[in-house]
Design a binder for this molecule. Structure first.
Ligand code: HEM
Length: 378
């Protein structure tokens, strides 16, 4: 692994360099030196590991998905990318263990015990710079009304935590250190209250019920073929929901559009929330119990290759909706065909407006002393 020979101040820009103030002990050697908090500490999600945190682990209550576009300076883009990833690694390791970043102006806001995770992904543009990996970008889907402010970025960090203040501090601390290196395009805030059976989305539905569990989840997310060992991909889509229009729909209509009952998440084919969706089941009239265009009928994976792990969040404000986020080893066999099916015919589409879309290569996990992206061998 080559050392970093370029001048760091020139590389990082004055703001970031001033903030760092030459305090990063490991820069130039490629070795970083943030000690790990113990995984046994309450409320600590391990930062170091084979995989990044914030993917297979239980969904926290709050999230921010932040996207940046990089600024390039004279010189090697690989060096700039590597230095940026080293800085992010250092920041993320500190924040995840409840400490402020170097030269933090509000270190009091960093708190342990909040299950903070930072999950870092690169757009295809940065994989091209690294000269490693191919995930492509998401195609246009029927009905997309995409807004540039929520579009594909070079860099994406999913921040999640149980405490919204600690979370916002982490987003701000990382964003300050990235100033001069990159412009932040979005910071999309989300919330969810996960229970035993997923969380309630803003339509009132239990969402995330039929997510893969255990080994099946791990295989869908980190199995091969993937773009890199121990890495995965994140599809991030922002759907505005027409909640006023949804108000006009009665219980039967709502349940029909989803294929499950809003009240308790049970499939219309019968049984309770834990029972499988049976698309062959018929109702008393001999008609399919679950309509062919119901959301779950179309979303249901047709094979093991189509399985994805959903980890979405609600958002509310001027507009309300769902930040759909799914992790999958190969979007070409899973997310993309499923999203095409849904975009073409999903009964829920009447009340959905897709305004944001992006695909990111989630880097493998990092070992203590290493940095995110070192497997790219830049
Ligand atoms: C705002 C948009 C969306 C809403 C409100 C929504 C809501 C739901 C709900 C309530 C369920 C049933 C409970 C569950 O199993 O989680 C579900 C299932 C599912 N959704 Fe969505 N969803 C949305 C978008 C998407 C998108 C974009 C995809 C993928 C391209 C997707 C994929 C799935 C899958 C794979 C299932 C499980 C199907 C099964 O095997 O039973 N959803 N969704």
């Amino acid at each position: 692994m080559p050392g970093i020979s370029v001048d760091r101040r020139a590389l990082l820009g004055t703001t970031a360099a001033a903030a760092l103030g030459g305090m990063l002990t490991g820069f130039g050697t490629g070795k970083l030196s943030v000690p790990a908090a113990s995984a046994a500490e309450p409320g600590y999600r391990p930062f170091y590991g084979k995989y990044q945190s914030g993917i297979l682990d239980r969904q926290q209550a709050h999230a921010v998905f932040a996207g940046w576009d990089l600024h390039w300076r004279e010189g090697s883009k690989k060096d700039q990318l590597r230095a940026m990833l080293q800085m992010i690694t250092e920041d993320a390791a500190r924040l995840a263990s409840g400490r402020g970043v170097l030269a933090d102006t509000e270190p009091e806001m960093a708190q342990p015990g909040c299950e903070l995770t930072l999950t870092v992904g690169l757009g295809q543009s940065l994989l091209d710079v690294a000269g490693h990996g191919q995930i492509g970008t998401l195609p246009h889907f029927a009905g997309d009304q995409l807004e540039q402010q929520y579009g594909q970025c070079d860099l994406l960090i999913q921040f999640c935590a149980q405490d919204p203040t600690v979370l916002q501090h982490a987003v701000r601390a990382v964003s300050k250190n990235l100033r001069g290196l990159a412009s932040r395009r979005f910071a999309q805030t989300g919330f969810a209250s996960p229970g035993v059976h997923g969380f309630r989305n803003l339509f009132g539905q239990l969402d995330g019920v039929n997510n893969p569990e255990g080994e099946v989840r791990a295989e869908a997310v980190f199995g091969q073929p993937g773009w890199i060992e121990n890495g995965t991909t994140l599809a991030l889509r922002r759907f505005e929901m027409d909640l006023d229009g949804w108000d006009e729909v009665d219980t039967a209509g709502r349940d029909h559009a989803l294929g499950r009952r809003q009240a308790d998440g049970s499939p219309l084919s019968g049984g309770s929330v834990d029972d499988p969706v049976d698309l062959a089941a018929v109702n008393g009239l001999g008609l399919p119990a679950i309509a062919a265009n119901a959301h779950v009928a179309l979303a249901r994976p047709g094979s093991a290759d189509e399985v994805m792990h959903r980890r979405g969040y609600n958002f509310a404000g001027q507009a309300s909706g769902l930040l759909f986020a799914s992790y999958q080893r190969d979007p070409a066999t899973s997310f993309i065909p499923v999203q095409h099916r849904l975009a073409a015919a999903d009964a829920l589409n009447t009340w959905l407006k897709p305004v944001g879309s992006g695909l990111y290569a989630i880097l493998p996990g990092v070992a203590e002393g290493g940095y995110l992206g070192e497997q790219l061998q830049m």
